[in-house]
Design a protein around this ligand. Structure first.
Ligand code: AHR
Length: 506
């Protein structure tokens, strides 16, 4: 069957925001230890960071990286992670029933960010701690000198302040699993007081207040309204988190997960706008979608250890992703880009080993999961303005969302290079579809030259459950789509069932 995409560079949604391509590093499982940091590894640098992971992070195109949690942050004492490593205490991490030797702390993390060329996004503990500890951390990071914590930073070897811009006011405080979980009213008060005081130290920071842990939370909507009513003037962004997985073999609904992401974003934006109108605020609160991914929560590795066993860096949340998972990740990026007018920042959760696009072997190789590819290609090619895309396509019946379009897509247009990039998924579990893109509206120059097809690549495998391993992480790397052609003033491409594609025109 045929699907048609209508795109016109005049119909823009907003600029591509680089922070859309953020990720997340949490002290969880093997994300930090054996992930970004493994001093004994043959590829470790002088600071103990794995250079193979740094290279893959750069190739992934991750822009801003949230740290140090996640659930971990709600019990974290940041001071444990500064100063000489031999003096740092090992602590219980209640969130993941693990031990943390604190060999990586704020100074190591910031060094890693600088080496990797990513922007840090720092979370403060509003679970077991409060305003004062958040202020101390901000003083340590952003005040130049002449105060207790800024001078401590300098004594620890970092002369210049880090001037970290993005700060999260706690993590998932709506979740009963969270240490220091709060009601919306309690959190609204604490977040507002923390935000107000943090801005007194550094008025240039951008603050993210916790929204909902998923759109399935019983408090979804009322949580955002209550928190924003109090915090509105003191924060810039409200967070959203979501994880998808194939439940009970319902592949069609899973492939259509981005329908939920679309609704989620629209609902949070509507609530923020309602509070704006009710409170007669002028500024607009946008969304930081700072945790999103596929996560098979029902898998054994997702269950933390128990009892007296408090391991350092246990195998936790090490999902091995297949081709269908990669299509869902690619589709979520389409959804995030489509909402570039409201989603100002996003973080794929997480970066390495823990529900991650990059995996490592202890002492061994680092490799790419299937989900790496749509992320890396979207981050590399999306540029300029996001365009409104008209989609006419066959539909798929899903249990969860009813009839949904089999094809979903977004396009960007860069006026500087005259390039159009289309990112498209076929989320039909059974059928291939032919995609037609009329390009007359993209004609350039005084003679109205039609754009040419620069490239078309597709990620697909006849077995959608195919997973990458350290021995083979290239079999599903996107391949040139041999069906892509120009017919008159249309680009035509066949999109196999369960596939993600990138088409470049220029
Ligand atoms: O990313 C894994 C966990 O998922 C995070 O720690 C938490 O914030 C969320 O529930």
């Amino acid at each position: 069957m045929t699907a048609t995409l209508t795109i016109n560079p005049a119909f823009t949604i907003g600029p591509v925001r680089r922070r859309t391509f953020g990720a997340f590093v949490e002290h969880l499982g093997r994300c930090v230890y054996e992930g970004i940091y493994e001093p004994d590894h043959p590829r470790a640098d002088e600071d103990g960071f794995r250079t193979d992971v740094i290279e893959l992070t750069k190739e992934l195109g991750a822009t801003s990286i949230r740290y140090p949690g996640g659930n971990f942050v709600s019990g974290y004492r940041w001071e444990d992670g500064i100063g000489p490593k031999e003096n740092r205490p090992t602590r219980l991490d209640l969130a993941w029933h693990s031990s943390d030797p604190n060999h990586v702390g704020i100074d190591e993390y910031m060094k890693w960010c600088e080496k990797t060329g990513v922007e840090p996004m720092m979370a403060v503990n509003l679970g077991t701690r409060g305003v004062q500890e958040a202020l101390d951390l901000l003083e340590y990071c952003n005040v130049p000198s002449g105060t207790h914590f800024s001078d401590l930073r300098r004594a620890n070897g970092r002369e210049e302040p880090y001037r970290i811009k993005m700060w999260c006011l706690g993590n998932e405080m709506d979740g009963p699993w969270q240490i220091g979980h709060k009601t919306a009213e309690e959190y609204a008060r604490l977040a507002t007081e923390t935000a107000r005081a943090m801005r007194m130290i550094d008025p240039n920071i951008e603050l993210v207040v916790c929204g909902s842990s998923s759109s399935e939370m019983p408090t979804f909507g009322s949580w955002e309204a209550t928190v924003l009513k109090e915090a509105y003037e003191f924060v810039d962004l409200v967070s959203a988190h979501v994880y998808y997985w194939e439940k009970d073999g319902d592949l069609a609904s899973f492939l259509a997960s981005a329908v939920n992401m679309d609704h989620f974003i629209d609902s949070v934006a509507a609530t923020a706008d309602y509070v704006r109108a009710a409170g007669k605020h002028t500024k607009r609160i946008n969304i930081s979608f700072d945790e999103w991914n596929v996560w098979y929560m029902d898998r054994a590795e997702s269950v933390p250890p128990t009892g007296d066993d408090w391991p350092v860096a246990p195998v936790l949340l090490e999902d091995h992703y297949n081709v269908a998972d990669a299509v869902v990740v690619g589709n979520c990026l389409i959804s995030l880009l489509r909402h570039t007018d409201r989603v100002a920042s996003a973080s794929l959760a997480q970066l390495v080993n823990v529900i991650a696009p990059i995996m490592t072997e202890k002492g061994g190789r680092a490799y790419k999961q299937t989900t790496f590819h749509p992320f890396a290609l979207t981050a590399a090619h999306a540029s300029g303005e996001v365009l409104r895309v008209g989609i006419t396509a066959p539909t798929v019946t899903t249990e969860k969302f009813g009839e949904v379009s089999a094809i979903d897509a977004v396009a960007t247009y860069d006026a500087e290079t005259s390039k159009t990039n289309i990112f498209v998924v076929n989320r039909d579990p059974e059928n291939a579809h032919e995609l037609r893109v009329p390009v007359r509206d993209l004609a350039g120059g005084t003679d109205g030259t039609l754009p040419t097809l620069l490239s078309a690549v597709t990620l697909h495998h006849d077995d959608h459950t195919w997973q990458a391993t350290a021995d083979d992480d290239t079999s599903v790397a996107p391949q040139p789509n041999a069906t892509a052609r120009i017919e008159g003033d249309q680009i035509v491409v066949n999109l196999p069932a369960i596939s993600w594609s990138h088409i470049a025109l220029g």
